[in-house]
Design a protein around this ligand. Structure first.
Ligand SMILES: Nc1nc2c(ncn2[C@@H]2O[C@H](COP(=O)(O)OP(=O)(O)OP(=O)(O)O)[C@@H](O)[C@H]2O)c(=O)[nH]1
Length: 326
């Protein structure tokens, strides 16, 4: 087995070599000074001065050589470490294999072992960090999914609340509050764009008699039945609302008066010919029909439709009356 030495010996040798070189320079300086100044160093003072100059130059040369030596050695070690670590991948850590050139130095192996221990510990820390990171990402993904689910529930709840706030609880058509908003919006749109807006006011005839004869609960069912019939006939053409009690309102955007009259007549006939199925209760309706005029307000449109409805009642019920246009 090859004998191994401490790297300190090598350094010591190099330092000694530097010192020898510096000493040689000192001797040379002594000789040169003696030669230049033609002195045989007879007096003690001359002799001491020459020695002083020689020692000083020796010291300077030694310091310079030592600095250069230390710089070279340190750079060499750092370059070596850098070269070894250049291909280090902490995802797939591999120990640094010993360089045969350096193996005969005692310290090399323990330095290498220390570096390899640091690499292994760094790789382990990286692995733990990655595991923690993945766990964290999973938790964030779970929380995000949970939040998304809660958000969807909130949206559904919101939609339900808004439906509840806008719908008449008994008949499931728009309630008066929502209808008033829709009415105002459509009056404004119709006025801005110059488009037609038809309006129907529908009242169930002699509804009090239904209540009196069959009871309030059956009366409620008949109201639901009437609302379902109206909604079916109107379909996508317009919006149906419970105006109050046994009265309904229908908004017909883009419907001219004659078309609105057609729809109203169809509605009257459908309701008259579709008895409420349990007791075969026949209900008829009176309907006032109007179209928004260029020069009138929403309220004026409503009162014209109301007058037409009143007129239908006056003329014997179960009929459609067109509102006065002048
Ligand atoms: N069952 C039930 N009845 C209601 C409801 N709202 C109003 N009514 C009844 O509707 C009836 C309306 O009566 P009236 O205003 O005299 O009208 P009508 O009997 O339909 O007579 P005309 O409108 O003149 O044809 C009353 O008996 C109210 O109690 C309701 O939500 N449920």
């Amino acid at each position: 087995m090859k004998k191994r030495v401490s790297i300190v010996y090598l350094l010591l040798l190099k330092v000694l070599a530097c010192y020898a070189a510096a000493a040689a320079v000192g001797v040379l300086v002594y000789w040169l000074c003696a030669h230049f100044f033609h002195t045989d160093a007879k007096s003690t003072m001359e002799h001491l001065s020459l020695i002083g100059v020689a020692v000083a130059s020796q010291f300077i040369v030694f310091a310079l050589l030592l600095k250069r030596l230390l710089h070279q050695e340190l750079s060499r070690v750092l370059r070596g470490v850098h070269r070894e670590l250049r291909f280090l991948d902490l995802k797939r850590p591999e120990p640094i294999y010993p360089n045969k050139k350096w193996l005969h130095f005692l310290e090399y192996e323990s330095l290498l072992a220390a570096i390899n221990r640091i690499i292994a510990s760094l790789a382990e820390s990286r692995r733990e960090l990655q595991i923690n990171n993945e766990a964290l990402e999973q938790r964030v993904a779970d929380k995000t999914a949970e939040l998304r689910e809660q958000n969807l529930e909130l949206i559904k709840l919101n939609q339900k609340l808004s439906r509840l706030a806008n719908t008449d609880a008994l008949t499931q058509v728009y309630n008066r509050t929502r209808f008033d908003q829709l009415f105002q919006e459509h009056v404004e749109v119709s006025r801005r764009r110059g488009t037609a807006l038809g309006f129907l006011l529908i009242d169930l005839d002699d509804f009090k008699k239904v209540n009196d004869r069959y009871g309030h609960q059956t009366g409620d069912k008949v109201l639901k039945h009437a609302a379902a019939c109206i909604t079916k006939v109107i379909g996508e053409n317009g919006m149906v609302a419970r105006w109050g009690g046994e009265e309904f309102a229908v908004l017909l955007p883009y419907f001219e008066l004659d078309k609105a009259m057609e729809i109203a007549e169809h509605l009257r006939q459908t309701l008259a010919n579709t008895p409420f199925d349990i007791q075969h209760i026949h209900i008829t309706t009176s309907i006032g029909v109007a179209q928004l005029r260029d020069d009138e307000t929403g309220d004026e449109l409503l009162s014209r439709a109301d007058e037409a409805l009143y007129s239908a009642k006056g003329k014997g019920r179960n009929q459609v009356i067109m509102a006065a246009t002048d």
